[in-house]
Write a new protein. Structure first.
Ligand code: NAP
Ligand code: F7E
Length: 320
C-alpha cells in the first residue's frame, strides 16, 4: 500500500527535493500551495504533474484542516515558512505568524483531523544564533539573533510540546544551512553563484555583499531531505541536528565560486552596508553524530563540490 505525504512549502528548495524523493519511494504526494498572482513553479516544474496540489496558507487554519482531510496523510512535512533571515527584520510580524504560529496551525490541523500522522517540523540552526557552545548539537541551548530565529525557536518547542502533550509522532529536524541550484537568489550562496555566472557572461559588473566574515556549515539540500524522511521512519519520534561538521566563511564561498569560473573575486566584490544585518550569527558548526548513528544518515556532497555545482548550474541556465 503506498503512503500519502502532505508537504507544505512544496514550491521551495527543500519542498522540491523532498517531493522528488517521496515520489521515487512510491508515495502519493500532496503539496500545499498558496495562491499567488504569478505562480512560481520553477523548482517543481518537472514533477508538477505527479503532485496533487491543495490550495492553502499557513495563516489560514481552515485551509490547513482541509489539506489534511483531503490528503489523509501518513506523513506531514511542514517546510513552509518565511525563511529569509534578512526579511524577518523588515516583516517581523508576518514572520512570526507564518514561521511560528503557522506551526501551531499545522499541528492543530493534524491533531484534530489525523492525529496518528507523523509530523516533521523544519527547525533551523538559526535557533543557536549567538552560539553558547561549539559545535552545536541537540542539547545546545538556543540564543536566536533574528525575528526568524525567534520564530523558529517557538516552532521547535511547540512541536516538542505536541509530542509530549498528545503523544503525537512529531519530530523537529534542526538543519544547518543547505543549498543547491534551486536555492532562492537572495540567499548568499545562490546570490554569489548567480552573480559569478552573470559576470562571466558579461551581464553584470560587480557583486555587492554584506559581512564576508560570517561562518556557516553549508551542505547540499538533496542530502538533507533524506534526513527528514529518515526521521519519520523510526520507532520513536525525536529531534536531530543535520549538518556537515565543517564551517567556512562567506569569503571562502566567494573565493571558490569566482575561482571556479576563472575570475578573481577581488576585482568584483564590493562591500555594501545595506547587506549587513542588525544582529549577525557569526559562527555555525553542527555536530550531527546522533543522526549519523541513529538514522544512519550520511553526507554525500561536500562544500567545495556544492559551490562548483551551483556555479556550473547558473552558467548553464544563462547559456540556455
Ligand atoms: P524556501 O525555498 O524559502 O521555501 C519556503 C516555502 O514556504 C515556499 O514554498 C513558500 O511558498 C512557502 N510559504 C511561505 N509562506 C507561506 C505561507 N504563509 N503559507 C504557505 N506556504 C508558505 O525555503 P527552504 O530553503 O526550502 O526551507 C524549507 C524550510 O526549512 C523552511 O521552513 C526554512 O525556514 C527551513 N530551513 C531551511 C534551511 C536552509 O538552509 N534551506 C535550514 C534550516 C531550516 P511560495 O513559493 O508561495 O513563496
Ligand atoms: O546568509 C552573510 C549573512 O541569507 C548567510 C536560511 O535558509 O540558513 C539560512 O539563513 C550568511 C549570513 O542564510 C550577504 O550575513 C553576507 O551571515 O544565505 P543567508 P542564513 O541567514 O544563514 C538558515 C539555517 C535558515 O534556517 C534560513 O531559513 O551570509 N552574507 N553578505 C549575506 N547574506 C545574504 N543573503 N546576502 C548578502 O549579500
Amino acid at each position: 500500500m503506498s503512503k500519502n505525504a502532505l508537504v507544505t512549502g512544496i514550491t521551495g528548495q527543500d519542498g522540491s527535493y523532498l517531493a522528488e524523493l517521496l515520489l521515487e519511494k512510491g508515495y502519493k504526494v500532496y503539496g500545499l500551495r498558496r495562491r499567488t498572482s504569478t505562480p512560481m513553479m520553477e523548482n517543481i516544474e518537472y514533477i508538477k504533474n505527479e503532485i496533487e496540489f491543495i490550495e492553502g496558507d499557513l495563516l489560514d487554519q481552515g485551509s490547513l484542516i482541509n489539506a489534511v482531510q483531503k490528503s489523509n496523510p501518513d506523513e506531514v512535512y511542514n517546510l513552509a515558512a518565511q525563511s529569509f533571515v534578512a526579511t524577518s527584520w523588515e516583516q517581523p510580524i508576518l514572520t512570526g505568524q507564518a514561521t511560528a504560529i503557522g506551526v501551531t496551525n499545522m499541528l492543530e490541523a493534524v491533531r484534530l483531523t489525523k492525529p496518528e500522522a507523523r509530523f516533521y517540523q523544519a527547525s533551523s540552526s538559526e535557533m543557536f544564533g549567538k552560539v553558547v557552545e561549539t559545535p552545536q548539537k541537540e542539547t545546545t541551548p538556543f540564543y536566536p539573533r533574528s525575528p526568524y530565529g525567534v520564530a523558529k525557536v517557538y516552532g521547535h518547542w511547540i512541536t516538542v510540546n505536541y509530542r509530549e502533550s498528545y503523544d503525537m509522532y512529531a519530530c523537529s529536524g534542526i538543519l544547518f544551512n543547505h543549498e543547491s541550484p534551486r536555492r532562492g537568489v537572495e540567499f548568499v550562496t545562490r546570490k554569489v553563484t548567480d552573480a559569478v555566472a552573470r559576470i562571466k557572461m558579461g551581464l553584470q559588473r560587480e557583486l555587492r555583499m554584506g559581512n564576508l566574515d560570517a561562518k556557516r556549515d553549508w551542505g547540499f539540500a538533496g542530502d538533507y531531505v533524506k534526513a527528514m524522511w529518515l526521521m519519520l521512519q523510526q520507532d520513536k519520534p525525536d529531534d536531530y541536528v543535520i549538518s556537515t561538521g565543517e564551517t567556512h566563511t562567506v569569503q571562502e564561498l566567494v573565493e571558490i565560486a569566482f575561482g571556479h569560473a576563472g575570475l578573481n573575486w577581488r576585482d568584483y566584490v564590493v562591500i555594501d552596508p545595506k547587506f549587513v544585518r542588525p544582529a549577525e550569527v557569526d559562527l555555525l558548526l553542527g555536530d550531527s553524530s546522533k543522526a549519523q548513528k541513529t538514522l544512519g544518515w550520511k553526507l554525500e556532497v561536500g562544500f567545495e563540490d556544492l559551490v562548483k555545482m551551483m556555479v556550473d548550474s547558473d552558467l548553464e541556465k544563462l547559456n540556455r
